[in-house]
Design a protein around this ligand. Sequence first.
Ligand SMILES: Nc1ncnc2c1ncn2[C@@H]1O[C@H](COP(=O)(O)OP(=O)(O)OP(=O)(O)O)[C@@H](O)[C@H]1O
Ligand SMILES: Cc1cn([C@H]2C[C@H](O)[C@@H](COP(=O)(O)O)O2)c(=O)[nH]c1=O
Length: 211
Amino acid sequence: MTGRPGRFITLEGGEGVGKSTQLAALATALRARGIDLIVTREPGGSEGAEAIRRLLLEGDAGRWGPRAEALLFAAARADHLEKTILPALAAGQWVLSDRYLDSSRAYQSGASGLEDADILTLHRIGSEGRLPDRTLLLQLPEAEATRRASLRDRGDSDRIGGRDAAYHARVAAAFAQYAAGDPQRFRAIDATGAPDAVTARLLDALADLTP
Ligand SMILES: Nc1ncnc2c1ncn2[C@@H]1O[C@H](COP(=O)(O)OP(=O)(O)OP(=O)(O)O)[C@@H](O)[C@H]1O
Ligand SMILES: Cc1cn([C@H]2C[C@H](O)[C@@H](COP(=O)(O)O)O2)c(=O)[nH]c1=O
């Protein structure tokens, strides 16, 4: 126990925006400021949720329809929250998560056509509607995101990352819309430029929460 409240921070964005790179850099910078934290990810972050991750991301494009996919993401999130996120917060740790609810809103609703209200209902049932204290949305121009995603995947993208450009454009537009609708929780971060410059922007966006 640190005596200070744990904070729940999520990093969101489309493919290739640099979430993994920035999560690692942010964790290092926050630890250097004396913050005790864990780094986690979705889908995954607990034993059960990692098993669901494999179901979701491996296999044929048509393995799951949009509804089954949304239910699986919600089930994985429920386990992740219960087994990993809530215990860490209760112990006073910060939790930095690579993706969370807003990815389901952007991918399964905004891009796949389910209702946002239905995704939020699944979240209420599965995860008591728990929201992050701050959501950092990394944003890149489409061409740069595509370039970085292909560097990352080297021709071997997963079931969802491999969807077409129009799908990923809808994901990016949905993220932007959700961020604009909730400026208290979201901060939109320009992810262009050198990694260190992006990390500095992320730290600025957490300045009101850091000790
Ligand atoms: N600021 C940056 N400038 C140039 N290249 C970057 C930058 N940040 C990350 N990259 C590169 O872009 C690719 C994608 O980065 P990364 O894996 O961090 O992002 P992501 O796709 O959002 O994360 P995830 O793997 O969690 O989906 C990697 O090859 C990484 O080295
Ligand atoms: C949490 C979550 C994720 N997705 C998608 C987004 C990505 O294509 C993959 C995860 O891969 P990453 O390299 O680990 O980012 O899953 C989704 O569609 N819905 C979600 O709720």
